[in-house]
Design a binder for this molecule. Structure first.
Ligand code: SF4
Length: 838
């Protein structure tokens, strides 16, 4: 046996051993990588004693689709078979063309277009192309060929008639499912625990952790319910709140969805019912071809067999025949989305069909259900409506209007980044169309596993190859950097729910939509309504911007616009845009704390009206920071320099959009800051459960965390000034994580590291640290005061109780070992000589 044959046989043996290990976990093997695929192509030509069925199944169904390296090897091999340059006793030329047609887009497209000229295989190639929508620039080649080639003409006609859509079965009249119901609020951390973030790209493996921290034996429960013989539908009171992580939808759909032919280890479809489904989670479900239904679920019990009539909006109990819930389909296009395999495939396919029809001088296709557009209004536009309008080439867009704003800035972090990368590969993206795409490594930098190190290296390269800006591990938090790259009044997105620009507007999304926005350069958006938050008055001396942040839910609760209870949840911000006014003098970094916290309110987005002066100051600093990146060799250099030029152009002619005086809002909330006389903190374990300091004073605490994207240098310095008076080590475990390496360098140079060290602080690598809770964690059941963003159960540590407040409050709490009363707080702040920050 020669070396090569030995390799190929050992590839099969290794694969079978791996398959056995994964089967023991109840999951399929991993998709083939480039090396395995190369060995497989050799086996297909010279099978020796390999099992032909297994080898064919591997090439047909276990290689990732799109522009993965393994897919490239597969596509080149199949193309060579089709051209007769190679041969295989297991895959004929016809089968090779068929398999090329199952690969989505990317490396398979050019060979298929070439094969339109092959006398034997042209009809098979045409058939494959007719069902393919990830065509992009190759459209021109087919269109040109269609003038002289009948098969190419057939492809063009098929695209014009949306054959790719019509070939898929319609959503049936009835869907029978077994309800898998979990009571209360199920957030994305329940579906996709942060502590298991490392396994997110491996969807089946990650899905084994779903709901592990939420209910007893979730996998066994689902297996038992499946015995009833129907697919499961997930049912919850409030579903998908919390971070935007697409892995939550991936895990859920792994258990309730359907396999995608020729795409390994990913599922789509499935039904999710919720009294309330968080907006980002809702769109992640839409993107993945699931049917999310918002309805009253109180009449549904775990284990009920349900008959869903999607076209009628009715859910019946199969045993009693009684209607248990009614619903309206939302959005109007949802059944088309399910039929197309998801909202993203629908948009891509619809765009191809419309483009083809335009080139053929045909009118718009009538096959698709169109988004319902709102009527005309004589009223003016809000700030957000103007920003999105500008990104669509219009004066403004109205709430409810479907639009496709240009994506100027897109952010990706490292626990969703690998999934975004997979989605980019599936979208056949070789270069970003969004102006600036940035990748950070803030979630995995501090205590990486081997798998994280490999991901960090490969993802860095992947982003740079596509002309994105790639940071390094240890550089710091995604938002602390991405905010430094923004352009005023522009639109963007990011795969982290705190992607909430302080200048411009961002609509954070799951990794599928983020990949789409980065690759294609626009984003599908049903423009949400806006809620105006007007700040008036001045808070008492010694209070901070974090107290202003917490004053928003405080005032909303007082005014009956928000409640803390989960059943009968009231939240005026949910799915809407928070438009903040009245603090236009704020520095941009402080403004970010306000927009950041829109994530905790489940808002779709947030904007804050700022003066030109602080924005210009911010942009000037940012040009210096970006120049430093260029000097340090960061790439893509052209992308960074182009952004610096645009910043300078804005500084040279500084103009900001402003809301019209007669703009309409779905609701108004006034926050009178003069009524804020003491710090406000969010209490365990709900960021909405905000209380004044006097209500929680005296609570003993175990640990304090100062860090996250809610902090900047000034807060770290303020904490240092307070800690200086501690006179030694504090009586709690104190964690400090500077947001960026530039902040860390500044704090070190200014001597603050010495102060933190004397207080006994554990200094963390710049990054998310305890805020993410996926690496280092607080002790089990610890009571914590933290400056981080959210305090969902178990996020920071098992069974921990977390109070969220300012860095100043955290520092005083650390010194006392308990939450201070308002006087103690004031005294410490005054002793530290702190000036009011607002
Ligand atoms: S610091 Fe926290 S909220 Fe901010 S990006 Fe990191 S994990 Fe997300």
């Amino acid at each position: 046996m020669n070396d090569k044959t030995e390799n190929e046989n050992s590839m099969i043996n290794n694969y079978l051993a791996h398959q056995q290990e994964r089967n023991a976990l109840g999951i399929p093997p991993k998709p083939l990588d480039a090396g395995q695929t190369a060995d497989l192509t050799e086996l297909l030509q010279n099978p020796q004693d390999a099992d032909p069925g297994l080898v064919y199944d591997l090439i047909a169904g276990r290689v990732p689709a799109g522009v993965d390296e393994a897919a490239k090897i597969k596509a080149h091999f199949l193309a060579a078979l089709a051209r007769g340059e190679k041969s295989s006793p297991m895959v004929s030329a016809e089968q090779a063309v068929y398999l090329l047609g199952t690969m989505g887009g990317g490396f398979n497209i050019d060979p298929l277009i070439e094969l339109l000229d092959d006398l034997q295989l042209c009809s098979k190639a045409a058939d494959a192309l007719a069902a393919t929508t990830l065509i992009f620039d190759a459209f021109e080649k087919v269109f040109e060929k269609s003038a002289v080639n009948n098969q190419a003409r057939g492809v063009i006609d098929a695209w014009a008639e949306a054959a790719w859509f019509l070939r898929a079965p319609q959503v049936p009249e009835t869907i029978t499912v077994t309800a898998f119901k979990v009571e209360g609020e199920i957030n994305t951390d329940d579906f996709s625990p942060a502590s298991e973030a490392w396994s997110r790209p491996d969807i089946p493996l990650h899905a084994t952790a779903m709901l592990r921290n939420r209910i007893e034996k979730p996998l066994e429960t689902m297996a038992e319910l499946r015995q009833k013989g129907h697919p499961l539908a997930f049912v919850g009171d409030v579903v998908g709140t919390g971070s935007s992580r697409k892995s939550a939808a991936n895990s859920l759909l792994w258990h309730i969805g359907d396999d995608i032919p020729h795409v390994p280890n990913k599922r789509r479809g499935g039904v999710v019912m919720g009294g309330k489904i968080a907006p980002i989670f809702f769109t992640s479900l839409e993107d993945a071809g699931a049917l999310p239904i918002e309805c009253d679920v109180s009449g549904i019990e775990n284990g009920d067999v349900l008959v869903i009539r999607p076209h009628e909006g009715v859910i019946e109990n199969a045993d009693t025949g009684k209607t248990v819930a009614e619903f309206s389909l939302k959005p109007a296009t949802i059944l088309d989305e399910v039929r197309a395999g998801g909202r993203i495939p629908l948009i891509i396919g619809r765009t191809l069909t419309e483009k083809t029809r335009t080139r053929l001088a045909l009118g718009p296709s009538e096959i698709f259900c169109r988004p319902v557009q709102p009527g005309k209004s004589p009223r003016g536009y809000t700030l957000a409506q103007k920003m999105v309008g500008r990104a669509c080439g219009k004066d403004g867009v109205r709430p409810g209007q479907y639009c496709e704003p240009k994506m100027t800035t897109v952010g990706s972090q490292d626990t969703t980044g690998p999934m975004t990368r997979d989605e980019l590969k599936e979208l056949a993206c070789l270069q970003f169309n969004a102006d600036l795409v940035m990748q950070s490594f803030c979630h995995t930098a501090a205590y990486p596993r081997t798998v994280d190190i490999k991901m960090q290296e490969s993802l860095h390269q992947f982003i740079k190859q596509r002309k994105g800006v790639a940071l390094h591990p240890g550089d710091g938090i995604i938002h602390s950097w991405l905010n430094r790259m923004l352009l005023p009044d522009t639109v963007g997105t990011g795969g982290d729910s705190h992607t909430r620009f302080p200048v411009g507007i961002s609509f954070p999304a799951g990794s599928g939509l983020v990949a789409f926005a980065a690759a294609i350069g626009f984003m599908p958006l049903d423009m949400p309504e806006s809620v105006r938050v007007r700040f008036t008055g001045t808070p008492a001396q010694g209070l901070t911007i974090r107290d202003v942040v917490n004053a928003v839910p405080y005032a909303a609760i007082e005014q009956g616009l928000l409640n803390v209870e989960k059943s009968g949840k009231k939240n005026i911000f949910s799915g809407r845009i928070m438009e903040m006014e009245g603090l236009s003098h704020l520095p941009v970094t402080a403004a970010y704390e306000l927009t950041n916290a829109a994530a905790e309110r489940s808002a779709a987005a947030a904007v804050i009206s700022l003066d030109e002066k602080p924005v210009a100051k911010f942009l000037k600093q940012n040009i210096e920071i970006l120049s430093l990146l260029v000097r340090e060799g960061y790439g893509d250099r052209n992308t960074i320099e182009a952004r610096m030029e645009k910043m300078q152009a804005w500084i040279d002619d500084p103009q900001l959009l402003h809301a019209d005086a007669d703009a309409q809002y779905a609701a108004d909330l006034e926050v009178d800051l003069s009524r804020i006389t003491e710090p406000i903190a969010a209490c365990p374990n709900d960021p909405d459960d905000v209380r004044q300091l006097s209500q929680i004073a005296g609570t003993p605490i175990d640990e304090v965390f100062i860090g996250s994207c809610m902090t900047d240098i000034s807060q770290m310095e303020n904490a240092g000034k307070i800690l200086e008076n501690a006179g030694g080590a504090v009586p709690v475990r104190l964690w400090i994580a500077p947001p960026t390496r530039l902040a860390a360098r500044h704090l070190r140079h200014q001597g603050w590291f010495y102060t933190y060290g004397r207080a006994g602080a554990r200094m963390e690598v710049p990054g998310c640290s305890l805020c993410m809770g996926n690496q280092a964690r607080v002790a089990d059941s610890a009571v914590v005061v933290s400056t981080s963003t959210r305090n969902f159960p178990h996020r920071m540590g098992n069974n921990c109780q977390v109070y969220l407040g300012s860095a100043e409050l955290a520092a005083v709490s650390a010194i006392l070992g308990r939450i201070p009363d308002p006087d103690e707080y004031r005294n410490h702040v005054a002793d530290a000589g702190l000036v009011p920050a607002i």
